[in-house]
Ligand binder design. Structure first.
Ligand code: FE2
Ligand code: FE2
Length: 279
């Protein structure tokens, strides 16, 4: 038995979501479900190119081909890491080696929590906290904590030039085998229930403990950034027509019933179903 991660078998080309701004896609099948999950990252090419999160180990070869098919590694100036989860930092070492002029945009908390897995080049690192700006050659980038998160280190990134907001894990939802290209093309119930399921059981189980009004204020603060597109690591692109609906669904999270966490009975079903599939 190998414990190596399985390489993705689904291929989605990088997606232009705004001028010089690409979502780098990865999709994998959900565990035990006929549903699929995105594991995206982003590239802002611009005059000072910025890589936003670095994909997964499982998708390393394709991710490197995708990103460096769009940008010469020698031209990358910044590598922004939204938080210290392995699906966002999977190719961080490779990127920092391949991109000698890149500065790593992290935070004290990311460095403190992630040193067990990565030897941070501190002389090439800067720390950018929630609310702070990174002014690059042609645009201002603002670190902004998304509505929900699964690591206390999380900051999203708002591009004040294009209006694209990188939401890290927020707005996570499964998609169907159709691989709907935008949130607008998802079935409305699947989208809403998918966001609830992921938010409660995979990201932010503390939602039931928060005061709904304070949480709504936080959501509204994020929305007031004025984004016109949301790129999320675990969602198809949320275009302008879906932004109000996305925020409204997330604002309601403390008020909805938390869905049950899959238990041993579900795992037994997955094992039985997997064993029934001929090799
Ligand atoms: Fe995460
Ligand atoms: Fe994630």
């Amino acid at each position: 038995m190998s414990h190596e991660p399985l390489q993705p078998t689904i291929r989605l080309e990088p997606e232009l979501v705004a001028p010089e701004t690409y979502v780098i896609h990865q999709v994998q099948q959900g565990l035990g479900e006929p549903l699929y999950v995105h594991l995206n990252s982003m590239l802002i090419r611009g005059r000072d190119p910025v890589i936003v999160d670095t994909g997964t180990i499982a998708n390393r070869r394709q991710w490197l081909d995708d990103v460096f098919g769009l940008i010469d590694p020698a031209d990358v100036r910044y590598v922004f890491i939204s938080h210290d989860d392995i699906d966002h930092t999977g190719n961080l070492a490779e990127v920092m080696t391949l991109c000698p002029k890149a500065t790593l945009v992290a935070s004290w908390a990311i460095v403190e929590r992630h040193t067990n897995a990565f030897d941070f080049p501190l002389a090439r690192t800067m720390w950018l906290n929630d609310g702070e700006h990174l002014d690059v050659a042609d645009r201002r980038l603002t670190a902004a904590c998304p509505p929900v998160w699964d690591s206390p280190t999380t900051r999203g990134l708002f591009d004040n030039l294009t209006g694209v907001y990188w939401a890290a894990d927020a707005f996570a939802t499964p998609v169907t085998a159709e691989l709907e290209p935008t949130a607008a093309s998802l079935d409305a119930d699947l989208w809403r229930n998918g966001m609830i399921m992921f938010a409660y059981n995979a990201l932010s189980p503390w939602l039931k403990m928060v005061e709904p009004g304070l949480f709504a204020d936080h959501c509204d603060r994020v929305k007031r950034l004025g984004m016109t597109t949301i790129a999320s690591a675990h969602s198809p692109t949320i275009t302008s027509e879906s932004i109000d609906g996305a925020f409204e669904a997330v604002r309601q999270l403390p008020l909805v019933d938390a869905p049950p966490m899959p238990g041993q009975d579900v795992l037994d079903h997955i094992i039985a179903a997997t064993a029934a599939v001929p090799a």
